[in-house]
Design a protein around this ligand. Structure first.
Ligand code: COA
Length: 271
C-alpha cells in the first residue's frame, strides 16, 4: 500500500536505486509520476531496473557509477540534470556490508564499507550541491540501526552509518538557508532484501527469530520505507530537516541486534 502523493514533473535521483529498499523507493516515485534517475555500479542491475521502472509510463534513465568514484558521481549529476532538470529528490542509498569481528577484519575490509557508505554519501551530497533545486529539494540518506546501536561483527557499518547520520545533521544546517531539507531513514529488517540475507540469514526459522525481535511482530515491506521517502520528499514534511527517522517496527528499541550477533557467532564458529 502506497501513500498517494503526486510527484509529476519532479526529478528523483536514487543512488543504489536498482535493488532492494532503494529500488522500492525508485519504484514508488516512478509510480507517483516522477521522472527517475537510478544509479548503480552494476550495468546489469541498471538496465533491469530501468526496464521495470519504465512500466509506470514515465521518464526513467539509469547510470553506471560507483559512489567511491567522486568524479563519476559528478558526471552522473551533470548528465541527469542536463536530461531532466534540477534534482527535486535525492536519495543516497548505496551500501555494503558483511559480518566480521574486528580481530578478523583487514584494514581494506573496514575501509571498503566506510568508503561506500560514508565517503560515498559525502561524494553524492557534495556533487549534488550544484544540481539540487533551490529552494525545494529534499535529500534522504539511508542510515541503519547500526548508526545508534553498537553491534558485534559490525564495527565498519556502525562507524560508517554513525557518520552518515552526522552528515545528515550538518547538511541540514548548511543547506537550510537555501531551502534544501536533509533527512535520513533508518530501516529495520525488510523482507526479501540483501541486507537481511547477509546480516541474519535466510529460512523460515530465521525469519521467525527476526520477527520475535520486532515489537510490531512483522518484517517490514519495501513499501514501508518507500512511503516514508515519499512523505519526506513531499510538502507535508516541509518543516522536517536534520532528522533520521527509524522505520523499523520499533526494533531498534528492543533487541534486533541479537539476531545479527547470533548470525555473526555462527559464522565465527565455522572459521
Ligand atoms: N569477511 C571479511 N572480510 C571481507 C568479507 C567478509 N565476508 N567480504 C569482503 N571482505 C574484505 C575483503 O577481504 C577485502 O579485504 P582484503 O583486500 O584485505 O582482502 C575487502 O573487504 C574488500 O572486498 P572486495 O570484495 O574486494 O570489495 P568489493 O568492493 O568488491 O565489495 C563489499 C564490497 C565487500 C562491501 C561487498 O559485500 C558488496 O559489494 N556489497 C554490496 C551489497 C551489500 O552488501 N548489500 C547489503 C547492504 S546492507
Amino acid at each position: 500500500m502506497r501513500i498517494n502523493l503526486d510527484f509529476k514533473d519532479r526529478h528523483a535521483v536514487i543512488f543504489g536505486g536498482t535493488t532492494g529498499i532503494n529500488f522500492g523507493i525508485a519504484d514508488a516515485f516512478a509510480s507517483r509520476g516522477a521522472t527517475v534517475t537510478v544509479v548503480s555500479r552494476k550495468p546489469e542491475n541498471v538496465s533491469a531496473a530501468v526496464e521495470q521502472l519504465g512500466k509506470h509510463g514515465g521518464q526513467v534513465n539509469g547510470h553506471v557509477a560507483d559512489v567511491r568514484d567522486f568524479d563519476a558521481v559528478g558526471r552522473v549529476f551533470a548528465s541527469a540534470v542536463e536530461q531532466y532538470g534540477p534534482v527535486d529528490v535525492l536519495v543516497s542509498g548505496a551500501a555494503g556490508n558483511f559480518l566480521c569481528e574486528v580481530n578478523e577484519m583487514s584494514s581494506n575490509g573496514f575501509k571498503v564499507v566506510v568508503d561506500i557508505d560514508l565517503v560515498g554519501t559525502f561524494h553524492v551530497l557534495r556533487q549534488a550541491s550544484a544540481y539540487l533545486r533551490k529552494p525545494g529539494a529534499s535529500v534522504i540518506n539511508i542510515s541503519a540501526p547500526q548508526s545508534v546501536l553498537p553491534m558485534r561483527w559490525q564495527a565498519h557499518v556502525c562507524a560508517a552509518k554513525a557518520g552518515v547520520d552526522q552528515l545528515t545533521r550538518v547538511l541540514a544546517l548548511e543547506w537550510g538557508a537555501a531551502g534544501v531539507r536533509v533527512n535520513g531513514i533508518s530501516p529495520g529488517p525488510i523482507a526479501g532484501t540483501e541486507g537481511v540475507r547477509k546480516m541474519m540469514g535466510t529460512g523460515e526459522e530465521i525469519e521467525r527469530g527476526i520477527i520475535a525481535t520486532v515489537p510490531l511482530q512483522r518484517l517490514g515491506e519495501p513499501d514501508d520505507i518507500a512511503n516514508l521517502a515519499l512523505f519526506l520528499a513531499s510538502p507535508y514534511a516541509g518543516y522536517i530537516s536534520g532528522a533520521t527517522i527509524a522505520c523499523d517496527g520499533a526494533s531498534v528499541l528492543d533487541n534486533i541486534k541479537s539476531t545479527v550477533e547470533d548470525a555473526g557467532r555462527a559464522l565465527a564458529a565455522q572459521r
